[in-house]
Design a protein around this ligand. Structure first.
Ligand code: PEP
Ligand code: MG
Length: 550
């Protein structure tokens, strides 16, 4: 087995035989043309045809990969009408007496070189586009069909690189995956492969002729490919691919459908994320919004305190990308198991019960205000909810709200646009559950953090593996607290969700629905199975599980 590493374009698995995709050698003679007028005519016809082809490719890419991926072919059609380029080729035919093929080779190569030497990376990248349209015109002039290079059997195609036009032209029903020695993850080819859902590995350094016909696996999750894989690897990655296929089928089945039980109860299914980079997963799994954006990961991924504008950019990006979907951003929940050096937090005997989360924010007010200002500024760009973690009392909630108001006033005085936003808390301490009625009166929503709620209710350190045998994720005390929180929230017009791991426990979905939960926020991979489960529940039937002691 040979392992080839590169850069993955799509998280997915492709399994199949390799076909080396190689453009036929083009012999272009520099001998003088017999009939320059006929050459000129051939050239003009070929350019016309190439423009038509780009228009066809545009339509094809539009249907398979969407507008932004298709745009490149509009650009190609325009390039083929560029007077400087076309006149330079004609000049080579008429004044220098060369063939149309030779003129295309020379004139397009020259222009590609000019672009390749430019400083601006965008313009530099246009060099590859000139070569792409050059190939199209040359193929027409020389009667070469690009389609014939793909073969007739489904295969993983391996090549030095693929031009965007080659990628779109490929017969997708025969295309299992792509491996290239060159290319980049942001090239048009990579973008097209991603939007066509084809696993591809780029920049893997080499593509060897001897791979032709060999079995290979592209493991997009681990950015590598295996040539001649071992039977064990083949079996485990075949299973992984089957899981992916099931997920895709589920996605197709559920896309655009509501999360409604058989008897008509609808709830929101949202996703938990740690950074704006996870937004793709929210969309891929068709989540209705974000129920928990753990903002502390911005702090954890930073070498120093993230500035107001850095935070604003991160929140704005998430809100803008997902609008009009709701994005619940939890304020910094640092401390305990999540430490950063630059904050100089002291080591404590009981970190889970220590100086953490809102306790830090309410004592380091300038630090907290930086985040609140960034959140308020971002509120103008989407549908925001601000959530405070680890709240144990109404006093803390009021202090948070006062600071938020203070920041709002400051920003209004600076003429900064602020949008609408909801304000809520994590219910993750027994104290918050027991004060839920008072807290609900001053909140738009509650989100139950079952991870910490279980830890604090059962006095079981969630970090301590030794305590696993004592831990019961379905502990009746925790389930009763969840019910109490939902009921208290509803008494005061406050919607209630669950964003801890328990929300993804499908054996409890019916129980939570019967308790009246309004939203479940789970890791992106759990969104689709949860949505399917909800759609299969009928609350008119007797409860299947009666875990909750009333
Ligand atoms: C929780 O405590 O349930 C929760 C969602 O927050 P975290 O896991 O980030 O502490
Ligand atoms: Mg928590």
């Amino acid at each position: 087995m040979q392992v080839v590493t590169g850069k993955s374009v799509l998280n997915g698995i492709a399994i199949g035989k390799i076909k080396i995709y190689k453009a036929p050698k083009r012999e272009i003679s520099s001998d003088p043309a017999q009939n320059p007028e006929a050459e000129l005519e051939c050239f003009e016809e070929a350019v016309e045809k190439a423009i038509e082809q780009q228009n066809v490719l545009y339509e094809k890419a539009l249907a398979s990969a969407g507008e932004s991926s298709a745009e490149i072919f509009e650009v190609h059609a325009m390039m083929l009408q560029d007077d400087d380029l076309i006149d330079a080729a004609k000049e080579i035919i008429t004044s220098q007496n060369h063939t149309a093929e030779y003129a295309v080779k020379q004139a397009f190569d020259n222009q590609a070189k000019v672009f390749a030497e430019m400083d601006d990376p965008y313009l530099r990248a246009r060099s590859a586009d000139i070569i792409d349209i050059q190939q199209s015109v040359l193929n027409i002039l020389m009667g070469i069909s690009a389609d014939s290079m793909q073969g007739t059997e489904p295969a993983i195609l391996a090549a030095e690189d693929f031009a965007p036009s080659e990628t779109v032209r490929l017969d997708k029903s025969l295309l299992l995956g792509m491996i290239t020695s060159e290319g980049s993850t942001n090239s048009h080819t990579a973008i097209l492969a991603r939007s066509m859902n084809i696993p591809a590995l780029v920049q893997c350094g080499q593509v060897l002729d001897e791979w032709e016909g060999k079995l290979a696996i592209i493991d997009g999750y681990n950015s590598c490919a295996y040539i001649d894989p071992t039977p064990d690897l083949l079996e485990s990655l075949t299973n992984r691919r089957k899981e992916d296929e099931k997920k895709q089928a589920l996605l197709q089945e559920l896309k655009g459908k509501t999360n409604t039980t058989i008897d008509g109860r609808t709830i929101n299914v949202f996703a938990n994320i740690g950074s704006p980079a996870d937004i793709g997963q929210v969309q891929q799994n068709d989540a209705g919004g974000v129920g928990l954006f753990r903002s502390e990961f911005i702090y954890l991924n930073s070498k120093n305190y993230p500035t107001e504008s850095e935070q604003f950019e991160a929140y704005r990006h998430a809100l803008e990308s997902l609008a009009p979907k709701l994005v619940v951003i939890r304020t910094c929940d640092i401390g305990a198991d999540k430490m950063v050096d630059y904050m100089n937090l002291e080591k404590e005997a009981n970190p889970a019960l220590g100086y953490r989360a809102i306790r830090i924010c309410l004592t380091r007010r300038d630090f907290f205000k930086t985040q609140l200002r960034a959140l308020l500024r971002a509120s103008a760009y989407g549908n925001l909810a601000i959530m405070f973690p680890m709240i144990i009392s109404i006093r803390e909630l009021r202090e948070c709200r006062d600071l938020l108001d203070e920041c709002r006033k400051e920003l209004e005085a600076e003429n900064v646009r602020i949008g609408k936003y909801q304000v809520g808390i994590m219910v993750e301490t027994p104290a918050a559950v027991l004060c839920a009625d008072e807290l609900a009166k001053e909140c738009d929503f509650f989100s139950i953090g079952t991870n910490d709620l279980t830890q604090y209710t059962c006095a079981i350190d969630r970090q301590n593996a030794k305590l696993e045998p004592f831990s019961d994720t379905h502990h009746p005390a925790v389930l009763r607290e969840i019910r109490m929180t939902i009921e208290a929230g509803h008494r005061h017009n406050c919607w209630v969700g669950i964003c801890g791991e328990l929300g993804a426990d499908l054996s409890l979905t019916e129980t939570f629905l019967r308790m009246g939960v309004d939203e479940l926020s789970v890791n992106p991979a759990s969104v689709l199975p949860l949505r399917k489960t909800i759609r299969g529940i009928d609350l008119r039937l007797p409860e299947k599980k009666d875990e909750v002691q009333k």
